[in-house]
Design a protein around this ligand. Structure first.
Ligand SMILES: NC(=O)c1ccc[n+]([C@@H]2O[C@H](COP(=O)([O-])OP(=O)(O)OC[C@H]3O[C@@H](n4cnc5c(N)ncnc54)[C@H](O)[C@@H]3O)[C@@H](O)[C@H]2O)c1
Ligand SMILES: [Zn+2]
Length: 371
């Protein structure tokens, strides 16, 4: 039986299930409870091909014989997380006679989850949906918490809203097909929970001989642990207004600037965040905020996750700073999450920009020297 944890978000409460074989175990029951006449699975063609069969079987088991499953698939990649894809989704649902009583299933990584969640939030003023995350990143982070949305050419996640799923169901057996670099990508967010909240996670990561888990590794306990942190934080600060959910942005101020400066190619989000956490650890030490040395352990845990990053990155600390300044001009305060100590994060607003730039520069050097 998979362990169950609950997300409490305002009036709404929903379960997060993590385990092996959770589709089979949990999906039929959810279908019987929600009673949709039509289930629209939003996904990518390759995922439908690889794992769609097992999912369909579980859905059918809980649907009445008149029930229907319709697949809306779109090509992979952040570049398809757009209103153009959402529009195609609206038209598809309308044409298939999908109604407000029906159910959307987000079956994929964060790209599918964010887009399908937004589609569900806005189609006919909002329909119910489930998150079925299939990447490590989406299992430990993006599927929980109700943030949905799409990108504009001007920036990521500019259009979106809060819309919580009815349930999050993570079946870790699908991770068997996840490409290695995507595993490393998700592990960066895992490490983030370690630095922010959970010494056990760091200890486990430090025990992996090559800085990543071996082939037969069972991800369920680790995913469950991270999902519990995310669920707790969302419960304490659902709308990201109290400075609690904002702490989950550890490494992200640097990370977002890195991603943007590199045109969202070159680096996966988690890789950018890993580098960003290294930068933040330096900044915490140099600014005198940290009461303990931080950098060395950050490098030990995070550099192995950056092994597939193409080198050199061909980016200067100046350019990265420029992107951070650009965010500031758009009215977003330039805030850093820094550690005073292990598992002791704070939000910091004003820092000398030459110190920030030096932290960036030094960490880029670590990357080019590491592995
Ligand atoms: N809503 C939130 O709170 C939140 C939080 C963090 C990130 N995000 C968003 O998440 C997105 C990134 O998500 P991601 O890292 O999961 O990337 P992704 O969704 O692009 O997935 C990465 C790749 O892995 C493939 N894939 C997925 N599952 C697979 C499997 N089981 N086997 C083989 N291949 C598989 C996908 O098709 C894709 O090509 C970004 O758009 C980001 O903005 C949202
Ligand atoms: Zn992130």
């Amino acid at each position: 039986m998979p362990a169950e944890l609950m997300v409490r978000a305002g009036e709404k409460e929903y379960p997060v299930l993590v385990g092996k074989g959770t589709y089979e175990e949990a999906v039929p029951g959810i279908m019987r409870r929600l009673k949709p006449a039509c289930v629209s699975v939003v996904s990518h063609p390759a995922l439908q091909e690889m794992h769609g069969g097992a999912l369909e079987k579980a859905i059918i088991e809980g649907l009445p014989s008149s029930g229907r499953i319709i697949w809306f698939t779109f090509p992979e990649g952040e570049e398809n997380k757009t209103l153009v894809t959402v529009m195609a989704g609206y038209r598809f649902l309308l044409e298939k006679g999908f109604t407000r009583e029906d159910l959307v299933l987000a079956f994929g990584g964060g790209v599918v989850g964010d887009l399908a969640g937004f589609l569900a939030a806005t189609y006919m003023r909002g329909v119910r949906y489930l998150q079925l995350p299939t990447t490590l990143m989406s299992m430990v982070d993006s599927s929980i918490g109700g943030k949905t949305g799409v990108d504009l050419p001007e920036g990521k996640n500019i259009v979106g809203c809060f819309h919580h799923p009815e349930a999050v169901i993570a079946d870790v057996s699908v991770l068997a097909t996840l490409p290695g670099r995507e595993v490393l990508n998700g592990l960066a967010e895992v490490a983030k929970y370690g630095f922010l909240y959970d010494p056990e996670i760091l200890r486990e990561m430090e025990g992996w001989p090559e800085g990543r888990p071996g082939g037969e590794y069972d991800f369920a306990p680790l995913v469950r642990r991270c999902a519990a942190h995310k669920a707790r934080v969302v419960g304490e600060d659902e709308r990201d207004l109290r400075g609690i959910r904002a702490l989950l942005n550890y490494g992200h101020t640097f990370g977002h600037a890195l991603e943007a400066a590199l045109g969202y190619r070159m680096l996966r989000h988690g890789e950018a965040v890993a580098l960003g956490m290294i930068m933040a650890s330096r900044l915490a030490e140099w600014s005198g905020l940290a009461r303990t040395p931080l950098v060395e352990r950050h490098l030990r845990v995070l550099l192995p996750l950056l092994r597939e990053v193409p080198r050199p990155l061909n980016i200067s600390s100046r350019e990265i700073l420029r992107f951070m300044e650009a965010d500031k001009k758009k009215g977003q305060a330039l805030r850093f999450v820094l550690l005073k100590d292990w598992q002791s994060p704070v939000l910091v607003e004003s820092l000398a920009s030459d110190l920030v730039e030096e932290a960036v520069q030094e960490s880029l050097r670590d990357l080019s020297e590491g592995e």
